[in-house]
Design a protein around this ligand. Structure first.
Ligand SMILES: Cc1cc2nc3c(=O)[nH]c(=O)nc-3n(C[C@H](O)[C@H](O)[C@H](O)COP(=O)(O)OP(=O)(O)OC[C@H]3O[C@@H](n4cnc5c(N)ncnc54)[C@H](O)[C@@H]3O)c2cc1C
Length: 417
């Protein structure tokens, strides 16, 4: 079977890999010059089932409301006339009940845990190295009350298979000595011993090279405009460089999937939510962390990627704009100087902004939609690197007519489009 995968980010490439392994003839199209050129380029690097919580929660409407007049919050929402955002926002609010939050979180967690197992297998099978760490992750709290709430939330994840320990400040330092300087200001942390980290871009590039070795053909620098359909089937993808025919099509364009899906009348509930990242060269290895984590007070994620330190933060509703200004990084810079003083050259930042493809309920959308041979693997939001291997495997299984290995409740398009 000839399968055309649209999108050469981590999701598209992981899908291509499992399709190739299952015997398909695979082509991947992407407008960038190489793999992981957009959102998969500079994310925080965390492989974190412990962050599987759905953003739509009973607390979310209050947080959104506060962000309307506060400029320093990790969440930024400025009122503007955007019908797409309004439609998405109404659906997001409808997912904010405790019951919906629980269901959405558990659906994401199931995929995250499966994905972690797939990644482990893939890493072993292909011998891939991508600056990964497998020493767990620390979710740091400055305030005992905040930590108690987090612990209550973590109970749900723990009851459903996530390993999460509660550790005090001294144990944080034993796990991550680079936190010694800030230990006095920590209430403690949730420690997830099985969470990991790694350079998503490097992984995607290496996996793409492996796919090419197996026979996948890549068309970089090619922009998809839409689909050509006949009856209930897609015949070809229309690109700026001509038509590309296939027997099956996988849409994995991240935040841009809705724009291409429109051409076959599909309205995908995915909205771009901007985030920012900073990467610094490490100058004092002993002061830089080797365990990734999140400063839950500042809402800043950090991870060590070889000889670099990566930080990310902020969720901003600003459409498809990916520009950035120095002040967008101020919170991150303040947090990292406090967490790991002297670890990196904080005067030499690489700045980046990109868009999380968010669904209103939280889980990605994986499965057939709109046409008999059109498959979605998109909407992975804030945690797509964590879910990539599992999502690639699930959608490859679906396309190839195999039974996926996990329950797909809440992850398929049914009732969500
Ligand atoms: C600041 C930030 C921090 C994050 N941190 C983490 C983290 O620590 N852990 C985690 O698990 N996740 C994290 N994420 C989320 C994760 O990065 C995303 O979920 C994931 O990268 C999405 O992958 P994707 O392949 O769907 O999208 P992308 O990587 O955006 O890939 C889509 C591809 O489609 C291509 N494309 C788009 N439109 C077209 C078109 N018309 N024609 C041709 N090509 C097109 C693009 O060039 C792109 O390569 C973070 C995200 C952000 C923004």
């Amino acid at each position: 079977m000839r399968v055309l995968v649209l999108g050469g980010g981590v999701i598209g490439v992981a899908t291509a890999y499992y399709l190739e392994r299952a015997g398909a003839t695979v082509t991947v199209i992407d407008r960038q010059a190489e793999p992981a050129g957009e959102t998969s380029f500079a994310n925080a690097g965390l492989i974190a089932p412990t962050h599987a919580y759905a953003w739509a929660s009973p607390r979310a409407p209050g947080t959104l409301l506060r962000s309307l007049w506060r400029d320093d919050t990790a969440l930024r929402l400025k009122p503007r006339l955007d019908p797409g955002l309004m439609r998405w926002g109404l659906r997001f609010l409808a997912e904010c009940s405790a019951a919906r939050n629980r269901a959405n979180t558990l659906n994401k967690l199931r995929l995250c845990l499966y994905s972690l197992a797939c990644l482990e297998r893939l890493r072993g099978d292909e011998g891939l190295a991508y600056e990964q760490t497998t020493k767990g992750a620390l979710y740091l709290y400055r305030d005992a009350g905040h930590m108690a709430v987090a612990l209550e939330n973590a109970r749900l994840l723990r009851e459903h298979g996530a390993d999460i320990d509660v550790v005090d400040a001294a144990r944080c330092v034993a796990i991550e000595p680079a936190l010694a300087g800030i230990a006095g200001r920590l209430a403690g942390a949730l420690y997830a011993p099985k969470d990991e980290s790694g350079d998503c871009r490097l992984f995607t590039k290496k996996l793409a090279a492996r796919c090419a070795g197996l026979g996948t053909s890549f068309r970089w620098g090619t922009t998809v405009r839409g689909f050509e359909a006949s009856g209930d089937r897609v015949i070809a993808a229309i690109t700026d460089l001509g038509r590309v025919e296939a027997d099956a099509f996988v849409l994995a364009l991240g935040s841009y999937s809705p724009l291409v899906a429109r051409s076959v009348g599909l309205r995908l509930p995915i909205h771009p939510v901007k985030g920012y990242s900073l990467t610094f060269p490490i100058v004092d290895a002993a002061r830089a962390p080797t365990v990734p984590g999140v400063d839950e007070h500042a809402l800043v994620a950090f991870s060590r990627l070889g000889d670099r330190l990566r930080l990310t933060a902020t969720a901003e509703f600003t459409g498809y704009d990916t520009t950035h200004r120095p002040r967008d990084f101020a919170v991150m810079l303040r947090a990292v100087r406090e967490l790991f003083p002297g670890a990196a050259d904080y005067d030499r930042p690489e700045r980046w902004a990109c868009l999380r493809p968010m669904t209103p309920d939280g889980p990605p959308i994986m499965g057939r939609a709109g046409k008999a041979n059109l498959w979605l693997n998109t909407g992975h939001g804030h945690i797509g690197w964590t879910m990539a291997a599992g999502s690639g495997r699930v959608v490859a299984d679906q396309v190839m007519g195999r039974e996926p290995e996990i329950d797909l409740t809440g992850l398929v398009p049914d009732g969500r489009l």
